[in-house]
Design a protein around this ligand. Structure first.
Ligand SMILES: [Zn+2]
Length: 220
């Protein structure tokens, strides 16, 4: 008889870890979409974040084929490649994870280097249409945006620092971060490599170019 009480309280404890069968998968793996779980809105992501087309960030290892594609994309051999930070759904590299110092000793601040010709063209079009000026102005007026952009800067520096310290570029990220927008290719590369919600202006740029190019639909 007394056994039923400990059993009941045990059940309560068990239910917590027992429940995630549905919720955890929805929270950690939102790539598959449409998990019809009405009770669990899981991940605290904003609608804006969910709307950003995502790249495949699951295969950072560099293959000889990757290096061939990179050479095609860049028109020269890629230098200082430490990984593929983002891929198209077809598997081709979109963003090269690059060492903070190139083999010839040159400091290299652009840790996430955008190589996808379609994405490069999309970013160039935005740049030609005063998007950087508008974004830079918004950074001076929108505190929330400015704070998120400053966090993106810190994320960028931390990612680079994890590859090694290079004194010449210490504290300097890329693309105009943390207070200006000077290169959308950098912000787009960062957004693709880091995933939605890290670089707000990179995310915005990805949404803006999504009519002509997006990481989740191959146009390679
Ligand atoms: Zn592709």
């Amino acid at each position: 008889m007394n056994d039923s009480h400990p059993a009941a309280s045990d059940l309560e404890n068990v239910q917590v870890p027992g429940n995630p069968s549905g919720t955890t998968t929805a929270a950690t793996d939102s790539t598959d979409a449409v998990p019809a779980a009405p009770a669990a809105p899981a991940a605290p992501a904003t609608p804006a974040v969910l709307a950003v087309p995502q790249a495949d960030r699951s295969r950072p290892e560099v293959t000889p084929e990757d290096l061939e594609v990179l050479q095609e994309q860049l028109g020269r051999p890629a230098r200082g490649v430490v990984g593929i930070a983002a891929r198209c759904v077809c598997g081709r590299p979109l963003v090269v994870h690059t060492a903070p110092r190139l083999p010839d000793g040159t400091p290299f601040p652009t840790t996430y280097y955008l190589t996808s010709p379609g994405a490069v063209a999309g970013a160039s079009t935005l740049e030609a249409n005063s998007v950087m000026k508008e974004m830079s102005e918004r950074l001076t007026q929108d505190e929330e945006l400015a704070a998120a952009y400053a966090r993106a800067h810190e994320h960028y520096l931390a990612a680079r620092e994890s590859l090694g310290h290079v004194e010449e570029i210490a504290g300097i990220s890329a693309g105009g971060m943390p207070v200006r927008v000077k290169c959308l290719h950098v912000l787009v590369g960062h957004a693709l490599a880091a995933g939605p919600g890290v670089n707000p202006l990179g995310d915005e740029a990805l949404v803006m170019i999504s009519g002509s190019w997006r990481a989740d639909r191959c146009t390679c």
